[in-house]
Design a protein around this ligand. Sequence first.
Ligand code: DAK
Length: 264
Amino acid sequence: MNTKFETITFEVKDGFGVLTINREKSLNALNSLVHIELRDCLSVLKDNDLKLRGMILTGAGEKAFIAGADIVEMSEMTSDEAYDFATLGQENTLLMEELPFPIIACVNGFALGGGCEMAMSCDFIYATESAVFGQPEVKLGLIPGFGGTQRLSKLIGRARAKEVMYTGRNILIDEAKEVGLVVKVFKTKEEMISGAMETLKKISFNSPLAVGLAKHVMNAGNDLTNVEGLEIEARQFGEIFGSEDMKEGTTAFVEKRKPVFTGK
Ligand code: DAK
Protein backbone atom coordinates (compact mmCIF):
# COMPACT_ATOMS: atom_id res chain seq x y z
CA MET A 1 0.00 0.00 0.00
CA ASN A 2 1.12 3.57 -0.60
CA THR A 3 1.63 4.77 2.96
CA LYS A 4 2.62 8.31 1.96
CA PHE A 5 -0.36 10.26 3.19
CA GLU A 6 -0.52 13.93 4.12
CA THR A 7 -3.11 13.89 6.88
CA ILE A 8 -3.01 10.35 8.22
CA THR A 9 -0.31 7.81 9.00
CA PHE A 10 -0.61 4.06 8.74
CA GLU A 11 1.95 1.73 10.26
CA VAL A 12 2.12 -1.98 10.98
CA LYS A 13 3.44 -2.96 14.43
CA ASP A 14 3.76 -6.62 15.42
CA GLY A 15 1.17 -7.59 12.83
CA PHE A 16 -1.36 -4.93 13.92
CA GLY A 17 -2.25 -1.75 12.07
CA VAL A 18 -1.99 1.66 13.71
CA LEU A 19 -3.96 4.31 11.88
CA THR A 20 -3.44 7.86 13.14
CA ILE A 21 -5.23 11.04 12.16
CA ASN A 22 -2.39 13.47 11.84
CA ARG A 23 -3.57 17.10 11.95
CA GLU A 24 -2.48 17.93 15.45
CA LYS A 25 -2.61 21.72 14.97
CA SER A 26 -6.32 21.52 14.13
CA LEU A 27 -6.94 18.91 16.85
CA ASN A 28 -7.12 16.27 14.11
CA ALA A 29 -10.30 17.77 12.64
CA LEU A 30 -11.62 15.79 9.68
CA ASN A 31 -11.46 17.71 6.42
CA SER A 32 -12.14 16.28 2.95
CA LEU A 33 -8.51 15.30 2.42
CA VAL A 34 -8.49 13.25 5.65
CA HIS A 35 -11.59 11.42 4.48
CA ILE A 36 -10.18 10.83 0.98
CA GLU A 37 -6.95 9.46 2.42
CA LEU A 38 -8.85 7.35 4.95
CA ARG A 39 -10.96 5.90 2.15
CA ASP A 40 -7.83 5.06 0.13
CA CYS A 41 -6.23 3.40 3.14
CA LEU A 42 -9.31 1.50 4.40
CA SER A 43 -10.26 0.29 0.90
CA VAL A 44 -6.87 -1.38 0.53
CA LEU A 45 -7.08 -2.91 4.02
CA LYS A 46 -10.44 -4.49 3.19
CA ASP A 47 -8.77 -7.35 1.27
CA ASN A 48 -6.34 -7.79 4.17
CA ASP A 49 -3.36 -8.71 2.01
CA LEU A 50 -1.21 -7.55 4.93
CA LYS A 51 -2.80 -10.32 7.07
CA LEU A 52 -3.49 -7.89 9.91
CA ARG A 53 -5.06 -9.35 13.05
CA GLY A 54 -6.38 -6.02 14.30
CA MET A 55 -5.98 -2.27 14.18
CA ILE A 56 -5.91 0.79 16.41
CA LEU A 57 -7.43 4.10 15.35
CA THR A 58 -6.07 7.11 17.19
CA GLY A 59 -5.28 10.81 16.89
CA ALA A 60 -1.90 12.55 16.90
CA GLY A 61 -0.80 14.43 20.00
CA GLU A 62 -2.05 14.57 23.55
CA LYS A 63 -4.99 16.93 23.25
CA ALA A 64 -7.45 15.31 20.89
CA PHE A 65 -8.54 12.09 19.26
CA ILE A 66 -10.54 14.05 16.67
CA ALA A 67 -12.24 17.37 17.52
CA GLY A 68 -14.88 16.82 14.84
CA ALA A 69 -15.38 17.56 11.19
CA ASP A 70 -13.40 20.58 10.03
CA ILE A 71 -15.65 23.52 10.86
CA VAL A 72 -13.54 25.95 8.81
CA GLU A 73 -13.99 23.85 5.68
CA MET A 74 -17.68 23.17 6.40
CA SER A 75 -18.46 26.86 6.89
CA GLU A 76 -17.95 27.40 3.13
CA MET A 77 -19.74 24.30 1.82
CA THR A 78 -22.82 24.31 -0.37
CA SER A 79 -25.61 21.78 0.29
CA ASP A 80 -24.33 19.54 -2.51
CA GLU A 81 -20.78 19.66 -1.19
CA ALA A 82 -22.05 18.93 2.33
CA TYR A 83 -23.96 15.92 1.04
CA ASP A 84 -20.80 14.59 -0.68
CA PHE A 85 -18.77 15.26 2.47
CA ALA A 86 -21.25 13.37 4.66
CA THR A 87 -21.39 10.48 2.16
CA LEU A 88 -17.61 10.20 2.10
CA GLY A 89 -17.39 10.23 5.90
CA GLN A 90 -20.18 7.67 6.18
CA GLU A 91 -18.41 5.46 3.64
CA ASN A 92 -15.34 5.43 5.90
CA THR A 93 -17.40 4.49 8.96
CA LEU A 94 -18.91 1.61 6.98
CA LEU A 95 -15.51 0.52 5.68
CA MET A 96 -14.24 0.27 9.26
CA GLU A 97 -17.24 -1.86 10.18
CA GLU A 98 -16.53 -4.09 7.18
CA LEU A 99 -12.82 -4.68 7.78
CA PRO A 100 -12.35 -8.39 8.58
CA PHE A 101 -10.46 -7.74 11.84
CA PRO A 102 -11.21 -5.81 15.05
CA ILE A 103 -10.50 -2.09 15.38
CA ILE A 104 -10.02 -0.44 18.77
CA ALA A 105 -10.52 3.32 18.94
CA CYS A 106 -7.93 4.78 21.33
CA VAL A 107 -9.35 8.10 22.49
CA ASN A 108 -7.44 10.75 24.40
CA GLY A 109 -8.84 14.25 24.77
CA PHE A 110 -11.59 15.49 22.48
CA ALA A 111 -13.75 13.08 20.48
CA LEU A 112 -16.44 15.49 19.41
CA GLY A 113 -18.90 15.39 16.52
CA GLY A 114 -17.22 13.49 13.68
CA GLY A 115 -14.59 12.33 16.18
CA CYS A 116 -17.18 10.64 18.37
CA GLU A 117 -18.71 9.16 15.21
CA MET A 118 -15.40 7.71 14.00
CA ALA A 119 -14.76 6.19 17.44
CA MET A 120 -18.24 4.63 17.51
CA SER A 121 -17.59 2.95 14.13
CA CYS A 122 -14.72 1.00 15.62
CA ASP A 123 -15.46 -2.30 17.38
CA PHE A 124 -14.95 -0.79 20.82
CA ILE A 125 -13.42 2.22 22.51
CA TYR A 126 -10.55 2.50 24.97
CA ALA A 127 -9.95 5.96 26.42
CA THR A 128 -7.79 7.98 28.79
CA GLU A 129 -9.18 9.88 31.77
CA SER A 130 -8.95 13.08 29.67
CA ALA A 131 -11.38 11.85 27.02
CA VAL A 132 -14.35 14.06 26.19
CA PHE A 133 -17.11 12.74 23.95
CA GLY A 134 -20.07 14.57 22.48
CA GLN A 135 -22.21 15.39 19.45
CA PRO A 136 -22.32 19.20 19.67
CA GLU A 137 -23.41 19.75 16.05
CA VAL A 138 -26.68 21.50 16.95
CA LYS A 139 -24.60 24.28 18.53
CA LEU A 140 -23.25 24.96 15.03
CA GLY A 141 -26.66 24.73 13.34
CA LEU A 142 -25.84 21.24 12.07
CA ILE A 143 -26.77 17.66 12.73
CA PRO A 144 -24.27 14.78 12.90
CA GLY A 145 -23.29 13.67 9.39
CA PHE A 146 -21.08 10.63 9.84
CA GLY A 147 -23.57 8.27 11.45
CA GLY A 148 -23.97 9.79 14.93
CA THR A 149 -27.76 9.97 14.72
CA GLN A 150 -27.83 6.20 14.24
CA ARG A 151 -24.90 4.78 16.20
CA LEU A 152 -25.07 6.80 19.44
CA SER A 153 -28.60 5.54 20.22
CA LYS A 154 -27.56 1.96 19.64
CA LEU A 155 -24.60 2.31 21.97
CA ILE A 156 -26.00 4.33 24.88
CA GLY A 157 -29.78 4.12 24.40
CA ARG A 158 -32.07 6.41 22.47
CA ALA A 159 -33.25 8.66 25.33
CA ARG A 160 -29.77 9.44 26.61
CA ALA A 161 -28.48 9.89 23.05
CA LYS A 162 -31.24 12.42 22.38
CA GLU A 163 -30.49 14.30 25.59
CA VAL A 164 -26.77 14.43 24.69
CA MET A 165 -27.43 15.44 21.08
CA TYR A 166 -30.13 18.06 21.71
CA THR A 167 -28.13 19.78 24.48
CA GLY A 168 -24.79 19.32 22.70
CA ARG A 169 -23.26 18.60 26.09
CA ASN A 170 -20.05 16.69 26.67
CA ILE A 171 -19.83 13.15 28.01
CA LEU A 172 -16.89 12.91 30.40
CA ILE A 173 -15.02 9.73 31.12
CA ASP A 174 -16.95 8.47 34.18
CA GLU A 175 -20.26 8.72 32.36
CA ALA A 176 -18.75 7.31 29.14
CA LYS A 177 -17.61 4.23 31.06
CA GLU A 178 -20.87 3.93 32.98
CA VAL A 179 -23.06 3.98 29.86
CA GLY A 180 -20.87 1.55 27.95
CA LEU A 181 -19.49 3.97 25.38
CA VAL A 182 -15.97 3.28 26.68
CA VAL A 183 -14.88 -0.23 27.57
CA LYS A 184 -11.61 0.48 29.41
CA VAL A 185 -9.99 3.59 30.92
CA PHE A 186 -6.25 4.32 31.16
CA LYS A 187 -4.21 7.05 32.82
CA THR A 188 -1.98 7.95 29.87
CA LYS A 189 -2.09 7.65 26.11
CA GLU A 190 0.98 5.43 26.16
CA GLU A 191 -0.68 2.99 28.60
CA MET A 192 -3.82 3.03 26.49
CA ILE A 193 -1.98 2.14 23.26
CA SER A 194 -0.07 -0.70 24.91
CA GLY A 195 -3.31 -1.87 26.60
CA ALA A 196 -5.01 -1.95 23.20
CA MET A 197 -2.05 -3.82 21.68
CA GLU A 198 -2.30 -6.37 24.52
CA THR A 199 -5.99 -6.89 23.79
CA LEU A 200 -5.34 -7.29 20.06
CA LYS A 201 -2.62 -9.80 20.88
CA LYS A 202 -5.06 -11.82 23.04
CA ILE A 203 -7.60 -11.75 20.23
CA SER A 204 -4.94 -12.87 17.73
CA PHE A 205 -4.54 -16.23 19.51
CA ASN A 206 -8.11 -17.02 18.39
CA SER A 207 -9.17 -17.97 14.89
CA PRO A 208 -8.94 -14.84 12.72
CA LEU A 209 -11.64 -16.30 10.52
CA ALA A 210 -14.02 -16.73 13.47
CA VAL A 211 -13.24 -13.28 14.93
CA GLY A 212 -13.83 -11.64 11.52
CA LEU A 213 -17.07 -13.55 11.08
CA ALA A 214 -18.27 -12.71 14.60
CA LYS A 215 -17.66 -9.02 13.80
CA HIS A 216 -19.54 -9.33 10.52
CA VAL A 217 -22.54 -11.10 12.04
CA MET A 218 -22.75 -8.76 15.05
CA ASN A 219 -22.55 -5.65 12.86
CA ALA A 220 -25.07 -7.04 10.36
CA GLY A 221 -27.49 -7.97 13.15
CA ASN A 222 -27.33 -4.46 14.57
CA ASP A 223 -29.60 -3.22 11.79
CA LEU A 224 -31.96 -6.19 11.65
CA THR A 225 -34.72 -7.82 13.66
CA ASN A 226 -33.72 -10.61 16.05
CA VAL A 227 -35.17 -13.24 13.71
CA GLU A 228 -33.26 -11.89 10.69
CA GLY A 229 -30.04 -11.66 12.74
CA LEU A 230 -30.42 -15.23 13.96
CA GLU A 231 -30.87 -16.39 10.36
CA ILE A 232 -27.51 -14.81 9.40
CA GLU A 233 -25.89 -16.30 12.50
CA ALA A 234 -27.13 -19.82 11.63
CA ARG A 235 -25.95 -19.51 8.02
CA GLN A 236 -22.46 -18.32 8.99
CA PHE A 237 -22.28 -20.89 11.82
CA GLY A 238 -22.92 -23.58 9.22
CA GLU A 239 -20.38 -22.15 6.78
CA ILE A 240 -17.56 -21.96 9.28
CA PHE A 241 -17.84 -25.73 9.75
CA GLY A 242 -16.16 -26.06 6.35
CA SER A 243 -13.09 -24.12 7.50
CA GLU A 244 -9.62 -25.36 8.46
CA ASP A 245 -9.71 -23.14 11.55
CA MET A 246 -12.82 -24.91 12.85
CA LYS A 247 -11.20 -28.33 12.29
CA GLU A 248 -8.00 -27.15 13.97
CA GLY A 249 -9.78 -25.56 16.96
CA THR A 250 -11.95 -28.55 17.74
CA THR A 251 -9.20 -31.13 17.02
CA ALA A 252 -6.74 -29.25 19.26
CA PHE A 253 -9.31 -29.34 22.07
CA VAL A 254 -9.77 -33.10 21.69
CA GLU A 255 -5.99 -33.65 21.49
CA LYS A 256 -5.47 -31.39 24.54
CA ARG A 257 -3.09 -29.00 22.76
CA LYS A 258 -3.08 -25.34 21.76
CA PRO A 259 -4.61 -24.68 18.32
CA VAL A 260 -2.59 -23.11 15.52
CA PHE A 261 -4.98 -21.12 13.37
CA THR A 262 -4.26 -20.14 9.78
CA GLY A 263 -7.38 -18.10 9.07
CA LYS A 264 -8.52 -20.51 6.35
N1 DAK B 1 -12.56 22.11 12.94
C1 DAK B 1 -11.54 22.92 12.56
N2 DAK B 1 -10.61 23.40 13.41
C2 DAK B 1 -10.71 23.01 14.70
C3 DAK B 1 -11.74 22.19 15.18
C4 DAK B 1 -12.70 21.72 14.23
N3 DAK B 1 -13.69 20.87 14.55
N4 DAK B 1 -11.58 22.00 16.50
C5 DAK B 1 -10.48 22.70 16.83
N5 DAK B 1 -9.95 23.32 15.76
C6 DAK B 1 -8.76 24.17 15.70
C7 DAK B 1 -9.03 25.52 16.32
O1 DAK B 1 -9.65 26.38 15.40
C8 DAK B 1 -7.63 25.97 16.66
O2 DAK B 1 -6.99 26.41 15.47
P1 DAK B 1 -6.09 27.77 15.48
O3 DAK B 1 -6.97 28.83 15.98
O4 DAK B 1 -4.96 27.44 16.44
O5 DAK B 1 -5.66 27.91 14.05
C9 DAK B 1 -6.94 24.68 17.07
O6 DAK B 1 -7.73 23.62 16.50
C10 DAK B 1 -6.92 24.47 18.57
O7 DAK B 1 -8.23 24.60 19.06
P2 DAK B 1 -8.64 25.64 20.24
O8 DAK B 1 -7.69 26.78 20.28
O9 DAK B 1 -10.08 25.93 20.07
O10 DAK B 1 -8.38 24.71 21.51
P3 DAK B 1 -9.15 24.79 22.92
O11 DAK B 1 -8.41 23.89 23.83
O12 DAK B 1 -9.36 26.20 23.34
O13 DAK B 1 -10.59 24.17 22.64
C11 DAK B 1 -12.16 22.53 21.70
C12 DAK B 1 -10.70 22.82 22.22
C13 DAK B 1 -12.19 21.12 21.15
C14 DAK B 1 -13.12 22.64 22.90
C15 DAK B 1 -12.50 23.61 20.66
O14 DAK B 1 -11.44 23.62 19.67
C16 DAK B 1 -13.79 23.31 19.97
O15 DAK B 1 -14.86 23.56 20.49
N6 DAK B 1 -13.70 22.75 18.73
C17 DAK B 1 -14.87 22.42 17.95
C18 DAK B 1 -15.50 21.16 18.50
C19 DAK B 1 -16.75 20.82 17.76
O16 DAK B 1 -17.73 21.57 17.76
N7 DAK B 1 -16.75 19.65 17.11
C20 DAK B 1 -17.84 19.21 16.33
C21 DAK B 1 -17.64 19.73 14.96
S1 DAK B 1 -19.11 19.52 14.02
C22 DAK B 1 -22.09 16.71 8.02
C23 DAK B 1 -20.87 16.12 8.08
C24 DAK B 1 -20.20 16.07 9.27
C25 DAK B 1 -20.73 16.66 10.38
C26 DAK B 1 -21.97 17.25 10.33
C27 DAK B 1 -22.67 17.27 9.16
N8 DAK B 1 -22.74 16.80 6.75
C28 DAK B 1 -21.89 17.19 5.71
C29 DAK B 1 -24.12 17.05 6.74
C30 DAK B 1 -19.97 16.69 11.57
C31 DAK B 1 -19.95 17.81 12.29
C32 DAK B 1 -18.98 18.02 13.33
O17 DAK B 1 -18.14 17.20 13.64
